[in-house]
Design a protein around this ligand. Structure first.
Ligand SMILES: Nc1ncnc2c1ncn2[C@@H]1O[C@H](COP(=O)(O)OP(=O)(O)OP(=O)(O)O)[C@@H](O)[C@H]1O
Ligand SMILES: [Mg+2]
Length: 356
């Protein structure tokens, strides 16, 4: 996509989107509700006409091609199966429309049914299938067409949490087996992180970052990206750079982490936001001997079984930290916290852009 833009009634839904995908890549469009994910996907599918920009599939400029001629298959959140047709017929229907010979249809549908483990369900109608089975039939219908690109719009969102986790692993595996370039839309950051080769993070129709999941997490390009990815969300703390070497957050101060020294030297701005993930705050109930620890107190604890989420109070600020499952400490307990300096993030407070 080159400079893709689309507005509805003068309200921009997608703005100047540049996005290149590699052959066979699994790219996830991620972002909050209304950020333009579905609009982007519909433009690629040919269901929506962009106001501006170009869409290429391989070497083909497809802007002026009809949806049918684009060789893409879309899977919708609602599955959109025909209720009066059997699972078999639902999958065969697009092929019949495309005048594929009968023998070929039988072969392809059965092959895909085996792949999706729905061989035994082909005679049933959608109402006789569970949500997960329906979802497989909808996927099957896309796969039998052997398209050049899969477009998937939140295909797992109607499934219960457990089945969703199961299906996301299966879908990821399947995509690699089939080797079909896929654009997958979700607002669920965990789904995006676990499934994607690369994540395109959108906010208000504008691309924020386009990177692999690890990079997106470890090097968010701005405050929005830092806040959207990671659970519990990153702690964002307003602070001022003092004497070029100290971050003063009013309730406490910490030395400027080394990785920002050079950029802060170049940059004249001193109004900053420090980002620290809960995973990168160490909490101790005994006073550590090392310097740089910040006195705090326990506000609440939330045991998760494998770990415990702590809300710690530093002055007027509440920070989230993750401690071991065995951590015990009632509200009011005095503790000391320490940030893992090399994994902290720093943003310009006015632009929100990452420093360094
Ligand atoms: N047909 C339409 N007419 C008018 N406005 C629309 C139309 N379709 C989408 N929009 C608007 O365009 C913006 C982007 O919508 P879009 O459906 O692409 O968001 P999304 O990222 O898919 O959100 P969600 O996660 O809720 O599905 C929204 O502000 C939405 O209200
Ligand atoms: Mg949508």
């Amino acid at each position: 996509m080159r400079g893709l833009s689309k507005a509805y009634d003068d309200a921009p839904a997608v703005q100047g989107l540049n996005l290149e995908m590699k052959d066979k890549e699994f790219v996830v469009l991620l972002g909050p509700s209304g950020c333009g994910k579905t609009t982007t996907l519909r433009c690629v599918a040919g269901l929506e006409t962009p106001d501006d920009g170009e869409i290429y599939i391989g070497d083909r400029l497809v802007n002026d091609l009809d949806s049918k001629e684009r060789n893409v298959a879309m899977v919708f959140q609602s599955y959109a199966l025909y209720p009066h047709m059997t699972a078999y017929k639902n999958m065969a229907f697009p092929l019949e429309n495309a005048k594929v010979p009968e023998g070929e249809i039988v072969r392809r549908v059965n092959e895909v049914a085996v792949l999706l483990q729905i061989e035994g369900l082909l005679g049933r109608k959608p109402s006789q299938l569970s949500g997960g089975q329906r979802q497989r039939v909808a996927l099957g219908r896309a796969i039998v067409r052997e398209p050049q690109v899969f477009l998937m719009d939140e295909p797992l969102s109607n499934l219960d949490a457990k089945l969703r986790v199961h299906m996301r692993a299966e879908l990821k595996k399947l995509q690699k087996v089939l080797g079909v370039t896929t654009i997958y839309v979700t607002h669920d950051q965990v789904e995006a992180m676990t499934m994607a080769d690369r994540v395109a993070l959108l906010h208000k129709g504008v691309l924020q970052q386009y990177d692999g999941p690890r990079k997106l997490y470890s090097h968010p390009s701005n405050q929005f990206a830092a806040g959207f990815v990671g659970s519990p969300p990153i702690n964002l703390i307003e602070c001022d750079l003092v004497d070029g070497s100290l971050l003063d957050a009013a309730d406490f101060s910490v030395p400027l982490p080394d990785q920002f020294a050079e950029a802060c030297g170049r940059n004249s701005t001193t109004k900053l936001v420090l980002g620290v993930r809960p995973q990168d705050i160490h909490v101790s109930t005994v006073e550590p001997t090392e310097t740089g620890c910040i006195p705090a107190e326990i506000y609440t604890t939330e045991p998760l079984g494998d770990s415990t989420i702590l809300d710690v109070k530093v002055g007027d600020k509440l920070l989230k930290a993750i401690a071991a499952a065995a951590f015990e400490g009632d509200a009011g307990l005095k503790v000391w916290i320490r940030f893992v300096a090399e994994r902290t993030h720093l943003f310009d407070r006015s632009s929100g852009e990452a420093i360094a």
